[in-house]
Design a protein around this ligand. Structure first.
Ligand code: GLN
Ligand code: ZN
Length: 748
């Protein structure tokens, strides 16, 4: 029997109580000086390393810890500095300025890391002069050594790094070739410092177009092999399957494969004999992206199988644990639910249980985890009955008929104006919410504060002259967490934070059981707002696709079933609002685009199921009730048909950043449903000028029928200041007023 090793790909940097965030934000706001920042971060790094050491891993990653983002670290290491920031010392202040922008220069772009909710800083090649800067990775490796931690350095590989970067005149191959000698030097320094192997992350090799990079990938890794690094490199992939035959041909020590999110193809390829037994197999068998306790028995069986195909097996999470919270230890959860969960440290414990079982014939921990898993699966909160078929999945009438009924009822002017839902979450709003949550103020006190805020903003909207009003979403901390707190089957943790970008963390709710609507979620605030005005107030809900995408989802049921359970709950709320006389209901789906699977072969299925759930949530209303939806973050081209299939009476979308590209997407099909294009960018404090707004409307009206067109900002206004919002919306309304008065619409 061979010995099994255990390892890890990366650990959350945030710390158990978000110490990381507090430290770097403390430095930004000048509460901490640089030395104190370094001291605090070193302490946290140490804590992370020692915490992992408790689980008897054969090797612990370094290079995952970072001051902001590990891709940005790599850019600095290789001197890929955005042109506007060049000429400065390579130090932490430069790093933060590139990440966040400063007075003179805009920040580098943030883009989602594959299909996760982590965002990396996009490397910029324009006039970059690649060379090796201070070798932070070596420093971190030596630091781990000084703590007696057996560590392996982690670095993003040249193929993935170049693929994720932008700018520069060089070809893809030229960029890789420029970097290779620099990589070589870093790898050699690590080898000399005693690194047994270096984990080179190449998730680019799991994407649809990975075949395009095979030649250059081969050249790169042969180059490293020629430099004597063959036995010190592990190519690590995750999030999807690879072309194993190809990867197997590369001269490296081992390959890291994902056996959780690979749709079973990695295993199939292994079984087909595509893996060279003499290579080390780094098998990602524990889900690194979700919070569920592993089905430990199934994992044992997987190990049994994998052992037949390699002489050297290392088991590990399927991806960096960056995507999950640190530990359950700090939560106070009911045991029946806690049993089903597994955060970063608990995942390492699962690996340890398997290691003990296989290597030491010690089944104690394994049996415990197995019993816990089985108990959790049999919980009653996981076995409710649903009657999906009793709920409509398409509206009673076609859009044209609905529109007539709605126009008659709502009687809105030409080019109706509205907003996307939220108004500024001022310090005061946040303070009241926190005080109420921590029982520092009474329910009545809180409710009367909310009502005042709603009343104030109804008046502001009326004074500005908007046509369709909103209550402002002051009671919501986050558009998903709010619903997670109120729906059955969801759990909101205390410290379950994961990094989204920079110091920004999110706390996704956990869907642990069957989802059920138990009582109205939004009716009180919406009705109160409506009672104050003769203008229609839009009900404001988050859609099933977005709620699922921004939660930790169940994996013991098919995804679509969980999504449809949420859809039924939202449908109840839609009907509750309609029943109380609310005439317009918006169901936001900003996450629809980003949930698109990595591989295009799964797109259609994903989109069909998304459309189905959205329609399940929204089709039961009467013709005269107007359903809106909202999406942001653009790039709609690929999904435009699905957007049309949602059959929402009105969609509002973010446009101003894509400068008309988006309008083109809508031009490519005949989009003959209501549509509101964002006419100004809400991410910036800048107030748009009237002519900018007029211009944006004119441009849109060249493609879109005026009778279908709405005017609105790009997205919700919760991050803006009150005076900015009032000013910008006034500009918007004034621009529309003038357009309405210009009788000669033919010139539009
Ligand atoms: N209704 C939400 C808001 O206005 C929509 C947010 C979003 O699209 N991300 O805040
Ligand atoms: Zn939005």
């Amino acid at each position: 029997m061979m010995t099994i090793k255990t390892s890890n790909l990366g650990f959350p940097r945030l710390g158990r109580k978000r110490e990381w965030k507090k430290a770097i934000e403390g430095y930004w706001s000048k509460k901490l000086d640089l030395d104190t920042l370094h001291q605090q971060l070193t302490d946290l790094h140490k804590e992370n390393l020692l915490l992992q050491k408790n689980y008897n891993l054969s090797s612990i990653p370094v290079g995952d810890f970072s001051l902001y983002d590990h891709i940005l670290d790599t850019s600095l290491l290789f001197n890929i500095i955005p042109e506007r920031f060049q000429g400065r010392d390579i130090d932490d202040d430069l790093l933060f300025d590139i990440a966040r922008g400063n007075k003179e220069h805009v920040a580098s772009a943030l883009i989602k890391w594959f299909n996760t909710n982590y965002h990396y800083i996009v490397p910029e090649w324009d006039h970059a002069e690649p060379k090796l800067n201070h070798n932070v990775l070596l420093e971190r490796f030596n630091y781990a050594k000084s703590l007696n931690v057996n560590a392996h350095p982690v670095i993003v590989g040249p193929i993935t790094f170049v693929k994720l970067s932008k700018g520069g005149d060089q070809s893809f191959e030229e960029k890789v070739n420029t970097l290779l000698p620099l990589y070589k030097e870093v790898l050699q320094s690590l080898k000399e410092a005693g690194a047994e192997y270096i984990q080179i992350d190449e998730p680019a090799l799991v994407t649809d177009d990975s075949a395009d990079y095979e030649a250059i990938t081969q050249a790169a890794y042969e180059y490293f092999a020629e430099a004597g690094l063959e036995n010190h490199i592990v190519i690590q992939t995750y999030f999807e399957r690879v072309n194993l035959q190809f990867l197997n041909s590369l001269p490296v020590k081992g390959l890291g494969l994902d056996f959780v999110h690979d749709h079973n193809f990695n295993l199939e390829q292994i079984k087909a004999g595509d893996f060279d037994k003499n290579k080390t197999l780094y098998a990602g068998i524990i889900d690194g992206r979700n919070v569920w306790a592993a089905d430990i028995e199934a994992k044992k069986e997987l190990i049994d199988t994998l052992q037949n195909y390699t002489n050297d097996l290392v088991i590990q999470p399927s991806a960096s644990l960056l995507h999950v919270p640190v530990s359950l230890d700090d939560e106070t959860l009911e045991e029946s639910i806690a049993e089903g969960l597994s955060f970063a440290t608990e995942k390492l414990d699962e690996l340890d249980a398997l290691r003990r079982l296989f290597n030491d014939n010690d089944a104690e921990k394994y049996n415990q985890l197995k019993a816990r898993y089985e108990r959790f699966q049999n919980q009653s909160f996981k076995n409710l009955e649903y009657d999906f078929d009793s709920v409509r999945t398409s509206r009673q009438s076609a859009f044209k008929t609905r529109k007539q009924a709605q126009d008659k009822r709502l009687n809105l002017p030409d080019l109706p104006t509205t907003t996307i839902g939220s108004f500024p979450q001022s310090q005061e709003v946040r303070k009241y919410r926190a005080d109420w949550k921590n029982d520092r103020i009474s329910d009545e006190n809180y409710q009367s504060f909310l009502n005042n805020e709603i009343a104030r903003w109804i008046k502001i909207q009326e004074d500005i002259g908007l046509d369709v009003l909103v209550h402002g979403e002051f009671e919501r901390n986050d558009m998903v967490e709010f619903f997670g707190e109120k729906l059955q089957g969801f759990l909101v943790t205390k410290f379950g934070w994961v990094q989204s970008y920079g110091s920004r963390a999110v706390k996704p709710p956990i869907i642990y059981g069957d989802v059920k609507w138990a009582e109205p979620l939004t009716v009180k605030e919406t009705l109160y707002a409506q009672s104050l005005t003769d203008k229609p107030v839009k009900g404001m809900l988050t859609g099933p696709v977005t709620i699922l995408n921004w939660s930790f989802e169940r994996v013991d049921l098919p995804r679509e079933e969980v999504q449809d359970q949420i859809a039924l709950a939202i449908n109840e709320e839609v009907l509750a609002l309609e029943n109380e006389g609310i005439q317009i209901i918006q169901v936001d789906e900003p996450a629809l685009r980003e949930g698109l699977p990595l591989r295009s072969e799964y797109h259609e299925d994903y989109l069909n199921k998304s459309v189905h759930s959205f329609k399940l949530a929204t089709s039961s209303v009467a013709d005269e009730t107007q359903i809106h939806t909202h999406m942001c973050y653009s790039q709609f081209g690929q999904i435009i048909h699905a957007i049309y299939d949602l059959d929402a009476d009105v969609i509002s979308i973010e446009t101003s950043r894509s400068h008309g590209d988006l309008i083109k997407d809508f031009e490519d099909i005949t989009y003959d449903l209501g549509i509101g294009l964002g006419v100004y960018d809400i991410h910036s404090p800048r107030i748009p000028t009237e002519s900018e707004v007029t211009e944006a409307i004119h441009r849109a009206l060249q493609e879109i029928d005026r009778s279908l067109f709405w005017v609105n900002p790009d997205c919700g206004l919760k991050t803006r200041k009150e005076d900015e919002v009032v000013e910008a919306l006034s500009v918007l309304v004034n621009a529309v007023d003038k357009l309405r008065k210009s009788t000669n619409t033919a010139t539009v």
